[in-house]
Design a protein around this ligand. Sequence first.
Ligand SMILES: [Zn+2]
Length: 309
Amino acid sequence: MFRFRTAIVIVLCCVVLLGTALMLARLLVPKRADDFRAGVPAVGLPDVATCTEVRIRYFPSALDYMAETAQERAVLSQEEIGELATQEWIVVEDAEYIHTLVRTLASVTYDGPAQGTVRTKDVVLFACYRGDERVGSFTLFGKNLIETENAERFRCAPRPGEAAFLYPPRIQALVHRIGCLRHLLRLHNDVRRLFYRNGGPVPPPEKWCDLLTRASREAGLGSDHLQVALSCPGAEEGRCHYALNEACKWDSPGEMVLLFETKAGWNQHGGLELFAFDNHDPRGGCVLLNDGTVKFIRIEQELHALRWR
Ligand SMILES: [Zn+2]
């Protein structure tokens, strides 16, 4: 009798332990589609590694997806605006871009069958081709929710720099330009908030990066966000790609240049001789005027037409 009871207790303990272990395993191991493993496309996702072409469509249009405001569109030419607003499918054959997409899809995590509609206005459709053969497609909602043709959902968490899969090279150049504008707007905000308040002077030109970093830290804004804002997304390396026009003061006219694009450096200050056209492709650079306007300057004549003093 005693042995029988002991046996039952042992069996029950085993069942409880096994159940607990299974529950823990479900909680600790990220959910993935059954046959997903590293390097093999997740269920329902097209095998992009074998594709020669990816067609991308942004909704409602590439223009709305990339540049929502009139301020952001101000750094695009009329020709670029027209093309982005009307082009439906962007065809990409660039091998490096396709490789970036392969890497991104290889690191997705299974999220489960699609349920309900996704509330986001940012939608991108990717259709993948091998020659003329359509291999498959998937939809990206927001920045990281992927839905396959057979209604399975995955989460992707692109590593820094890998959000590149969102934009093929030609579009990326325009995204960098708009990013550069956003950085300058952020710097304009910081300069006004940290230096111009109470009618204070602009920072001493020879220390402006140091003082802006210190003031940002003291104001509890953190220096990371400032460090990002100080660099041009189109430039490859360096801490800061903007120079201060030393002639500009807080009460200077609104159309006077305050900050402008230059090569990599720190605390750079001076005038238009420091302007760099090379951080962007197509060639050009951004300037921030004292009233917060940002312009994209493509040629020397435009540069000289700006108010520098
Ligand atoms: Zn730039």
